[in-house]
Design a protein around this ligand. Structure first.
Ligand code: BGC
Length: 756
């Protein structure tokens, strides 16, 4: 009975969204009526004139003439009000119908004011902060002529081998959905036609974060229930938040590349989710379907259009083959008109059809870009993203008068602070850690030594250095560098070692099979720990690393990701105690590559292993525990938080009603601090195997030392829904358990019953 009602509801909703005729925009329809087939195809063509970072092997040629000929709908890699005005003039004054261009860009974690990498930002668990970062990015980027952004990337990932982990919000669909919403709302705000907002693109639809072997661009094979429950929610959250465009992914899904996948782009995205914006390919991902084995350029271009792709990024397959396909009856002019309409509607939404020069105000960059307020915000955002992994002998926070040995290949570096995928930022404006220490603790006695290369392997360094000198191998021998570091370490009160990954050791096409800190630095860390001085490791990375060895050493560890333009100042703020670290992991850190994929929301097996020992014929490893090195949701503070009185306000939750789950959180330590209070629920029995636990709520609170507060979460039956094997979104009555705590690594402490 219940299922029947649900089916009716689903069918009604599906029918409703697909039948619901979109209101036509007169300005757009008038243009369409005047357009030739070629001009419509031109709108579907996105080019990049080069000059920026090209992530594919192709850079567009002869862009100016193509714009004049009406063969271009948008460009990316062009910025500054003057250049954007020039580009718009080419289109507006020289093409027959004078249709302005979309001006795209990859504004991933800030524009010129670079914020921490997205994985870092997500670790703040602060949705207001994340939204504000997107708002600032939009203000800066639009001041520089950009009106369309290729962000947010919301791909769920559980594979630290994959380099683009850095660009994600981690492993969890609930948190990932909250981040997706915050980013879209930040970029677009409530009116896309305002000059300080830009259209967002949710990417990469879909499942791009689950490539086999963690190797970028690789195939993805996944069950529908896993997709719907664990990987698709953040894309849907972005659609629900009104995202203007969707970018397809490079991988295949069920054997059909996403860019040509009708089930994905039409049945799911448009029919089921009701998306009414436009879909753009990833960089040459239409053409790449040839290598996938889907046919020649004409075949794959037709396949993509018919699947629901509206715009072809860089590859020009649409431009060069669609007319022929119409003539041969392989696609219809109507399909092309539909795609062109969506592009024109986007131009209308962002205000370009009324004013092509809306984003070409030359007075704006100075007022809006890299302002003191924006940099101050970047500093705060970075400090809030850091995660304290390990405390040892209360070494932190440091005294501002201490004698400090600041050591490490990332301790006085400007080339790696921004992190991966910050092409619009300027490395040279970033604050190195040494400078930040001097700013925040001018009275401290600081000596610096590099101590080690990021890696001693020049072949590896060459692969990492494609966008600039991220790994610089010193003239000095590794032994000389080490001895110098040990000399200053021994002469100091405390050692701070800034170590980890260069920024381009993560990011696109930067997969690793070994996720440890490179051996050159491991050696330095071991030797520093052996001096007997208090040692603080400040760890930079764009992914979870295997730091099993370092966790065993007598050291303090602070994870800082790649912190952005204010790196040094933010690190100093935390190291010297001006901000008490509050970040929590948004992805599980494994003990070794062999445990991957490892995530907190795993399903049980029929033979669960005991937590504390190996047992034959149970689901475990001969050579490793099942538990991670660091769990999802984990992060320490200079103070301590205690949880008590975890309870539900009733024992039974009826559909249509609410239940309130509460805990008392007390700051029992010696510092004021922020804590991310997390609610996890587990469904005891259901028709498809339930995850061991699922995040269902979180709140970041500030507690003064000694202060305690009740934190409550209100849950309804809707919050307990999942996609069953028929892909219906349902709840099932029965027993649920829950806990409220400061990390995912807890036993359930409360329970309630859900009834219909
Ligand atoms: C990336 C996208 C990016 C695009 C344009 C591609 O290689 O996968 O994330 O938006 O390039 O720069």
């Amino acid at each position: 009975m219940r299922n029947y009602k649900l089916l009716v509801a689903v069918l009604f909703f599906m029918g409703f969204s697909s039948l619901q005729a979109q209101e036509k925009i007169p300005q757009v329809e008038e243009l369409l009526a005047k357009m030739t087939l070629e001009e419509k195809i031109g709108q579907l063509n996105l080019l990049t004139p080069g000059g920026g970072v090209a992530t594919g092997s192709v850079v567009s040629e002869d862009v100016e003439n193509k714009i004049r000929a009406g063969n271009v709908g948008g460009v990316f890699g062009v910025s500054s009000p003057a250049r954007v005005r020039q580009a718009q003039e080419l289109a507006v004054k020289n093409s027959r119908l004078g249709i302005p261009l979309l001006i795209g860009a990859d504004v991933i974690h800030g524009y010129k004011t670079t914020f921490p990498i997205p994985l870092g930002l997500s670790s703040s668990w602060d949705m207001e902060l994340i939204k504000e970062s997107a708002k600032i990015a939009a203000r800066e980027a639009t001041a520089d002529g950009i009106n369309w952004n290729f962000s947010p990337m919301v791909d769920i990932t559980r594979d630290p081998r994959w380099g683009r982990f850095a660009e994600t919000a981690g492993e969890d669909p609930f948190l990932g959905s909250a981040v997706a919403k915050a980013m879209v709302e930040g970029y677009q705000q409530d009116d896309l036609s305002k000059p300080h907002t830009m259209m967002a693109t949710v990417k990469h639809m879909a499942l791009y974060g689950a490539p086999e072997g963690g190797r970028d661009y690789n195939r993805v094979d996944m069950s529908r229930t896993k997709m719907f429950n664990e990987y698709l929610p953040p894309y849907k959250a972005a659609v629900d938040a009104g995202v203007g465009s969707v970018m397809t992914s490079f991988n295949d899904i069920d054997g059909v590349p996403a860019t040509g996948n009708k089930w994905l782009l039409t049945d799911l995205l448009r029919e089921r989710w009701g998306f009414d914006g436009f879909v753009v390919s990833d960089y040459t991902s239409v053409n790449e379907m040839i290598a996938h084995g889907m046919g020649d350029l004409q075949d794959v271009s037709a396949l993509a259009l018919k699947a629901g792709l509206d715009m072809d990024m860089v590859g020009e397959g649409f431009l060069t083959t669609l007319k022929k396909s119409v003539e041969e009856g392989k696609v219809s002019e109507e399909e092309i008109t539909t795609a062109a309409r969506r592009i024109l509607e986007a131009k209308h939404k962002i205000g370009l059809l009324d004013d092509p020069y809306l984003y070409s105000d030359e007075s704006r960059p100075e007022k809006d870009i890299l302002t003191k307020e924006n940099r101050d915000f970047a500093r705060k955002a970075a400090a809030h993203s850091f995660v304290l992994f390990k405390k040892h002998n209360n070494a932190l926070p440091l005294d501002k008068n201490a004698k400090i040995a600041l050591i490490g290949p990332l301790a006085n570096d400007k080339n790696n602070m921004l992190g991966t995928w910050a092409p619009t930022g300027d490395q040279q404006l970033s604050i190195p850690v040494l400078e930040g220490f001097k700013n925040v603790a001018p009275k401290a006695d600081i000596t610096y030594a590099k101590g080690a290369n990021i890696s001693d392997d020049s072949t590896f360094a060459k692969k990492v250095n494609v966008f600039g000198p991220r790994i610089q191998i010193s003239e000095e021998s590794p032994e000389e560098m080490l001895q110098e570091a040990l000399r200053i370490a021994n002469a100091s009160d405390v050692v701070v070692a800034v170590v980890g990954e260069a920024s381009e050791m993560s990011g696109e096409a930067a997969s690793r099979t070994d996720i440890t800190i490179p051996e050159s630095q491991k050696k330095l860390i071991r030797e520093l720990a052996a001096t007997g001085k208090p040692v603080v490791l400040v760890l930079m990375s764009g992914r979870p690393l295997d730091i099993s060895e370092e966790m065993e050493l007598p050291v303090t560890i602070l994870q800082v990701w790649h912190p952005g333009v204010e790196a040094g100042n933010a690190i100093a703020d935390v190291i010297f105690g001006d901000y008490n670290p509050s970040g929590k992991l948004t992805a599980t850190w494994p003990r070794s590559v062999g445990q991957i994929p490892i995530y907190y929301g795993m399903r049980n097996t029929g033979r669960p292993a005991p937590a504390d020992r190996f047992e034959k014929f149970k689901s475990n490893y001969l050579d490793s525990p099942n538990t991670p090195l660091l769990p999802f949701g984990y992060g320490l503070s200079y103070t301590e938080f205690e949880y008590s009185n975890v309870k539900a306000n009733k024992q039974t939750l009826k559909a249509g009603e609410e239940i309130t789950l509460t805990a008392t959180v007390k700051n029992t330590g010696n510092y004021n601090g922020d804590e991310v209070v997390q609610l996890y629920i587990s469904d005891k029995v259901r028709s498809i195997t339930p995850p061991l636990k699922e995040l269902k709520g979180f709140e970041k609170i500030r507690l003064q030392k000694g202060e305690s507060r009740e934190v409550s979460f209100t849950i309804t039956a809707d919050d307990l829904k999942f996609y069953n094997s028929q892909l219906e979104y349902v709840f099932e009555p029965g027993e649920f358990e829950f806990f409220i705590g400061g990390s995912s690594d807890h036993k359930m402490t409360g329970s309630f019953e859900l009834t219909e």
